[in-house]
Design a protein around this ligand. Structure first.
Ligand code: ATP
Ligand code: MG
Length: 167
């Protein structure tokens, strides 16, 4: 059985890690979709698809379940989005998502969907981590150590602060 999980992972954080560890116990293989893959260098989407691939693979070295990471660009047509996803990913039997729109679109397309529990959602959110980086507040405890390393390698804190500035 193969499970599908999609996120933008801007950046990948401990909430994503907890969900994936949960899914790893339920399926034989996991497909991780990187959504809005074409976006980078925006305040809400600072990292490239390739940088997010790096974050995910470095964080999941001991997941104990085979997985594929598939970047998926946006399609400006929600009604066709699940078909688009299916055309890019290996076949899967179940989608794991707590995002209401994603849940809706997959169910309408006839796909089985399960919504994993949320882990400390007030602080484990990409929005909160990007806010903290911009505000110069502590954020490193909210992501796996491998993500701190990747963001350092790509000078991600400085990038986010610079692209948030006015000219
Ligand atoms: P952003 O604030 O940028 O939207 P996010 O934290 O919601 O970031 P996404 O990449 O949008 O992260 O989320 C991917 C998936 O992970 C979504 O289905 C989302 O509901 C889920 N998710 C996000 N944070 C958590 C969390 N703390 N616990 C469990 N699931 C989470
Ligand atoms: Mg989100």
């Amino acid at each position: 059985k193969r499970g599908f999980y999609i996120g933008r992972f801007q950046p990948y954080h401990n909430g994503h890690q907890s969900v994936l560890e949960h899914i790893a116990g339920k399926v034989d293989e996991i497909i991780i979709g990187i959504g809005s893959a074409q976006l980078s260098h925006h305040v809400d989407n600072p990292f490239t698809a390739g940088e997010r691939v790096l974050m995910i693979t470095r964080a999941l070295t001991s997941l104990g379940c085979p997985y594929y990471v598939i970047p998926i660009e946006d399609l400006q047509r929600n009604a066709l989005w699940v078909a688009h996803v299916r055309s890019m990913a290996p076949p899967f039997d179940i989608c794991y998502s707590s995002n209401p729109l994603v849940v809706r679109l997959f169910r309408e397309a006839g796909c089985r969907v399960q919504s994993p529990a949320m882990y400390e959602r007030e602080i484990l959110s990409g929005t909160e981590i990007r806010r903290r980086i911009l505000a110069g507040e502590p954020w490193k405890k909210l992501v796996p150590p491998a993500i701190v390393q990747v963001i350092k390698e790509i000078d991600g804190e400085k990038r986010l602060r610079q692209i948030a500035m006015d000219d």
